[in-house]
Design a binder for this molecule. Structure first.
Ligand code: ATP
Ligand code: MG
Length: 574
């Protein structure tokens, strides 16, 4: 590409909402333009990098026998009603109507459509396994679109779905995809970690996220300092367990007047006791039923673990009216003893760790002291509902958990029959008996992967692309455009590198050397090939490796093989 013809403009100022380096740099380099909140135009530089990531994905998936399909963005509500998700997916699902008043949505993910498609073809166990993927536009009406391509509303995702005869075969497929993802992110030149993950809106009971380690990452990851355990903080197991309390030292419960003390801070301050003496009691709506959830006052409820513990489709905080109906008091005074309406009680292990705790008294402006687990109340479900913390003991060994920030670029899920059963995606076994196919699903955010590569590889001058996904692998910078021999050497080199299959750019603009250097650093070409009049007289050019800043003079005749070797080495996944 001749830069004089490239459709792009560099920008000096970045908008205030661009808070992370990838957003700022992609904006400054003119790679993306915001069309609406979380919705972007991609200019040629961005599109080139996206296409390279897509090619790597395709190649690695095809190696594993996956087949590419293309499914619609607009999906009819009937399919979502069949899977049950139309009711509980929530406001992230952008719903719309056609002129005949039929309900549709813009696909945030494609389990429904693909399961429906496969159900129309699947008959016998002999046809399986199938693993189908697409690279396509998704829409999620995110509450807070931000960080540019990292959390958009419209974005490109590779999503894949596997269909197997049983759990065992499906889990073999799961690990095959895990390996494919490892190969993909390695080839993209990223430093990443696969971590245990929660399954959220997608469902299923086993999942890993592929997290690119970067300071600006939205996810908190905990990993062991001495074994290979690593998990998203939503999922990481805490060292707590259920404690058996003896009655010794338990005192009589008593209601105390605590006017207007609704939060743990207010009541702790008022009674002059630490937050860990309290039982935080929160009423949730879980699949339409009210549930009282308890945790020690100094801890927070991990809603992802709560959802998993109850095998629920969704968990939401109850409104004031429901709190009143269940507890008989206003928000802030609920507790496990003496509820007005008996509801399921779910408690974190932490409430069994202390005696004589304080909870709401289910009475306005009153709390109950000396509340003890076992003697005064019991939970229907007792489990690990809190967040693990850095410094906690590793659940697998004697090591300690350390924290890192990560950007989730991909996730794999073992789904079981969550979709195939309701959507009747069945096959007949050897004996003619019908079974639902066992599924897995596998996603990669293509734009987020590109953004994550920049988060991990940049400096104050600009981007530093991994060679495999750089928009251009190298740039040729003829410095004196008024000197024929410099221009001619640039042109010759450009042709020879392109003919050898390299993806190079030629900065043929009539601009000062300093201007060209600045742009080249900003755009982050892995290699800069500088043609200056003086070194050219000696038959040499100067090469600058963007990543290390290293510069070296090389005879013109050796440039091609140097660049070829450099790129080969940079792109090798090891
Ligand atoms: P997150 O937790 O970050 O919201 P998710 O877990 O909901 O993401 P998945 O359903 O696992 O996302 O989607 C697969 C992949 O799609 C993610 O790993 C991520 O790379 C990408 N992705 C998801 N949401 C967005 C988004 N809003 N913008 C860009 N990429 C996204
Ligand atoms: Mg995910």
């Amino acid at each position: 590409m001749r830069i004089s013809q490239l459709f792009y403009q560099t920008m000096k100022e970045v908008p205030r909402e661009a808070q992370v380096p990838s957003h700022q740099l992609m904006f400054r380099a003119g790679m993306i333009q915001q069309l609406a909140s979380g919705i972007y135009n991609y200019t040629p530089l961005a599109k080139k990098s996206l296409s390279k990531i897509e090619t790597i994905i395709r190649e690695e998936l095809e190696k594993k026998g996956c087949q590419e399909v293309l499914l619609p963005v607009v999906q009819p509500s009937e399919l979502w009603e069949k899977s049950g998700r139309w009711g509980y997916y929530g406001p992230e699902l952008l719903r719309l109507k056609d002129r005949k008043d039929n309900d549709f949505c813009l696909g945030p993910t494609h389990e429904e459509v693909i399961t429906d498609m496969v159900s129309k073809v699947l008959k016998s166990y002999k046809q399986l396994p199938w693993n189908l993927f697409q690279i396509q536009t998704k829409f999620r009406d995110e509450v807070r679109p931000r960080f540019g391509l990292m959390r958009g509303r419209e974005f490109t995702m590779k999503d894949g779905y596997s269909f197997d005869v049983d759990e065992e075969a499906s889990k073999v497929m799961y690990w095959k995809m895990y390996d494919a993802y490892t190969a993909i992110f390695k080839r993209c030149g990223l430093s990443f970690r696969a971590v245990d993950a929660a399954t959220g809106n997608i469902g299923g009971d086993m999942s890993h996220e592929f997290q690119v380690l970067a300071q600006s990452g939205e996810d908190l990851i905990l990993s062991c300092d001495s074994c290979d355990y690593a998990a998203n903080a939503e999922k990481a197991v805490t060292p707590r367990s259920a404690q058996e309390l003896t009655e010794e030292g338990m005192e009589q419960t008593e209601d105390v007047h605590t006017p207007a003390c609704r939060t743990i801070e207010e009541i702790a301050d008022y009674l002059k006791r630490p937050a860990s003496d309290f039982i935080k009691s929160i009423i949730y709506v879980v699949d339409e039923e009210p549930v009282l959830v308890l945790i020690r006052g100094d801890l927070d409820i991990n809603e992802s673990k709560l959802q998993t513990a109850l095998s629920a489709n969704g968990v939401f905080l109850a409104d004031d009216a429901l709190v009143q109906e269940v507890s008989g008091a206003g928000t802030g005074f609920a507790g496990p003893v003496g509820l007005k309406k008996q509801v399921k009680i779910v408690a974190d292990y932490s409430v069994t760790e202390g005696k004589n705790m304080v909870s709401g008294a289910n009475k306005d402006d009153y709390h109950k002291v000396n509340v003890n687990y076992g003697r005064d109340y019991k939970a229907d479900v007792l489990g690990d509902l809190s967040f693990a913390q850095p410094g906690d003991k590793c659940p697998k060994c004697e090591g300690k958990l350390e924290d890192h920030r990560g950007i989730e670029v991909g996730q794999v899920f073992y789904l079981g029959t969550k979709y195939s059963e309701p959507m009747e995606c069945n096959y007949l076994d050897r004996d003619g008996k019908s079974h639902p196919a066992v599924m897995g699903c596998y996603g990669i955010g293509v734009g987020r992967t590109m953004a994550a590569a920049i988060e991990q590889n940049h400096d104050e001058d600009g981007m530093i692309w991994p060679a495999a996904i750089a928009p251009y692998e190298a740039v040729i910078l003829p410095l004196q455009m008024n000197k024929d021999e410099v221009v001619a050497a640039g042109e010759d080199l450009y042709t020879s590198l392109r003919d050898a299959g390299m993806d190079v750019a030629l900065d043929d603009r009539e601009e000062r050397a300093g201007f060209k250097f600045k742009d080249a650093d900003l755009l982050g070409y892995p290699l800069q090939i500088v043609i200056g009049a003086r070194s050219l007289e000696a038959g040499e050019v100067e090469l600058k490796i963007r990543k290390t800043g290293e510069k070296k003079n090389i005879p013109l005749a050796e440039v091609k093989s140097f660049v070829e070797n450099f790129l080969k080495e940079e792109k090798s996944a090891d």
